[in-house]
Write a protein that binds this ligand. Structure first.
Ligand code: HSE
Length: 307
């Protein structure tokens, strides 16, 4: 095989209480990429459509992660990358991770799959770090593994796959403002009160238990973030209105997707998700900010080959 076309999905990081460790994969939105072997050695980005991003490999997240893998594999041929960007950069649904994970996934397939998803995650983190100025894997892991993931640790890198209840759906609203992850990280406090830490780790533990036991009630009671949301929600006009509308129409919980401005709601059943989507759409129409909103199944496969 000399060429692969793939779908690299959007992801929701943090999932309320799990800042920098929890994430899940979306099905409704993602980038497309084509990775091709070339006779000339090295990595080149030959096409970018959708958004204005750098072609220079060392300045492009897909390029930086690709170089990390390329240097490790040291093949006697090269790769070229085409990026058809559908996920808006700075939207909070893992745009940079989709690019960073997509390039290494495709190259790995063309090399005969010598690397595990864990190793691919470690290469992709290098690309993600270029965009967000910090190494975190909570978007990359769900993009590569699918479903829900927990980043147990970065050093050494350890990723856990968490089961996903069958009837779980996400609603994601994307107000059309840009929040840079690096900026959204700067506003966070360096230390947190012990009381909040206790609430947060109890929520993470119970959310994981709820996902393991299909306990939607427990999932609902665990989707609470007392550490990050109070700071970052101020960057998202209308955040409280979105949350109120979603919870009133039966969402299990609502929180900031990654570093925002997208806001996710988790729902039990597609029917509820559709109702929640309508309620949020109505509530947010009162604001002057244009937005996109969609309902998505949880994507259990992660990145996949197209055709
Ligand atoms: N965990 C990261 C953050 C995800 O919230 O800053 C954003 O990419």
């Amino acid at each position: 095989m000399n060429e692969i076309k793939l779908f690299s999905p959007a992801t929701v990081a943090n999932v309320s209480c799990g800042f920098d460790v929890l994430g899940f994969c979306l099905e409704a939105i993602g980038d497309e990429m084509v990775i091709r072997k070339t006779a000339n050695k090295g990595v080149k980005i030959t096409k970018i459509e959708g958004y204005d991003l750098p072609f220079e490999v060392k300045k492009n997240v897909a390029g930086v992660s690709a170089l990390a893998l390329y240097e490790a594999a040291n093949p006697d041929f090269g790769f070229e990358i085409e990026i058809y960007k559908k996920i808006k950069p700075g939207s909070g649904v893992g745009s940079s991770s989709a690019s960073a994970a997509g390039s290494v996934y495709g190259m790995n397939v063309l090399l005969g799959s010598p690397y595990t998803p864990l190793e691919l995650t470690s290469f992709a983190i290098k690309g993600e770090a270029l965009a967000s100025k910090s190494e975190h894997a909570d978007n990359i892991a769900p993009a590569l593994y699918g479903g829900f993931t927990l980043v147990k640790s970065l050093e050494p890198l350890e990723i856990l796959q968490i089961p996903t209840p069958d009837d779980l759906f996400a609603v994601v609203i994307h107000p059309q403002i840009e929040i840079k992850t690096a900026d959204a990280r700067k506003i966070l406090p360096k230390e947190i009160p012990l009381k909040n830490a206790i609430t947060q780790w109890s929520n993470v533990g119970s959310l994981i238990h709820g996902l393991h036991t299909n306990d939607y009630e427990l999932i609902s009671r665990s989707l609470e973030d007392v550490v990050v949301e109070p700071f970052r929600s101020q960057l998202i006009p209308g955040f409280e209105s979105i949350k109120k509308a979603a919870l009133e129409y039966g969402a299990l919980g609502t929180g900031i997707s990654g570093s925002g401005p997208s806001v996710f709601s988790l729902c039990k059943s597609q029917t509820t998700a559709i109702k929640v989507e309508k309620a949020i759409r109505k509530a947010y129409s009162k604001y002057t900010i244009p937005f996109e909103i969609y309902v998505s199944k949880i994507n259990m496969d992660g990145i996949k080959k197209l055709n």
